[in-house]
Design a protein around this ligand. Structure first.
Ligand code: G3I
Length: 299
């Protein structure tokens, strides 16, 4: 297959990437497919807090370093995923009740992880999934102990740790214009940006079902109405991978100037977190699907 990344860049965008990690890169056709077809990698799990520091002060850098080194030696961009998330969070962080301690722990985590990969990671998901479906802040140790102050704490620490990285707030179910969570994201990001919080972009994960692709462009336009520099589709997968939905999502990004990139959430259906839904661009035997060639055709 022709490189989907090269075609997307030729159409004026920054990258078309994919989620992966060491275990995947070391088996199947993952590495060869990514080398030939994609321009960026996101660690599916390796850069999450729970993977890096399950025990306080004791870091497991192996899988994250592997990903960063693989990307660098193969000329792929890296999206860092993710610094602050209520899930895959070490239990020692969940147990913190003192605001000053949690502030310091967030600042140290962001400085340590972003500092290690400074200059290597172009985009960081600083915050992941902090909104509830009604568009307000989700309940988590961060919101319970610090209120919404944790947002500024995290983004300020991130800007300091790597001034050249694009700093994102990332979430799911942002796929339909006018949905409460989309409205809430735009309102809150606008408020935080106006208060000086250094947010560069909004990431929309885009884990969707067939039939939803056509609505994505309007959702991207609404997200792009927030005062951020850019937006990105960060974890795309579509149940049963209908060509019409995949091409609609790609065309939606092409049509929205602020939409700079697309990342799909894995190479092969064999390894997808949505087992049984066959949502990716390569089937269980690592063969490209119709949706893949149709996207390249669209581009
Ligand atoms: O590494 C352990 C292994 O040692 C253990 O034997 C095994 C037994 O369960 O678990 C392994 O960890 C699993 C990990 O993936 C690595 O394979 C976890 O159980 C499993 O929960 C974890 O799932 C990941 C999930 O995030 C966790 O919430 C998925 O791979 C990953 O695709 C998914 O990605 C998320 C994004 O980060 C955020 N947006 C939604 C997206 C899909 O859920």
């Amino acid at each position: 297959a022709a490189s989907i990344h090269d075609a997307f860049v030729a159409a004026g965008k920054e990258f078309f990437g994919v989620a992966t990690d060491q275990g995947l890169l070391e088996r199947g056709s993952n590495a060869a497919i990514i080398e030939a077809n994609f321009g960026q990698v996101t660690g599916e799990n390796s850069m999450k807090w729970g993977s890096l520091e399950a025990t306080r002060g004791s870091y497991n850098w192996g899988p994250a370093d592997f990903l960063a080194e693989w990307a660098t030696s193969n000329g792929k961009l890296i999206r860092g995923h993710t610094l602050i998330w209520h899930s895959q969070l070490p239990t020692w962080v969940e147990g913190i009740t003192d605001p000053a301690e949690l502030t310091e722990v967030i600042q140290t985590h962001v400085a340590t992880v972003m500092g290690r990969y400074a200059g290597q990671v172009a985009h960081w998901d600083v915050l992941n999934e902090i909104l509830a479906e009604d568009g307000t802040l989700r309940d988590s140790v961060f919101s319970r102990v610090l209120g919404e102050e944790f947002v500024a704490i995290a983004f300020n620490a991130a800007r300091e740790a790597d001034p050249n990285a694009k700093l994102y707030i990332n979430d799911y179910n942002l796929d339909r214009a006018g949905y409460a969570k989309v409205n809430g994201m735009v309102e809150l990001v606008t408020k935080w940006k106006n208060a000086g919080v250094p947010i560069d972009g909004i990431g929309t994960q885009t884990h969707i079902s067939g039939g939803m692709g056509a609505g994505v462009q309007a959702a991207l336009e609404q997200l792009a109405s927030a005062p951020v520099d850019e937006i990105a589709i960060t974890e795309l997968d579509i149940a049963q991978a209908p060509s019409a939905d995949y091409t609609a999502v790609v065309e939606g990004c092409l049509s929205v100037a602020k939409c700079v990139a697309i990342t799909v959430w894995g190479v092969s259906d064999a390894d997808s977190w949505r087992q049984g839904e066959n949502p990716l661009l390569f089937d269980g035997s690592f063969q490209p699907k119709q949706a893949y060639s149709d996207i390249v055709g669209t581009l």
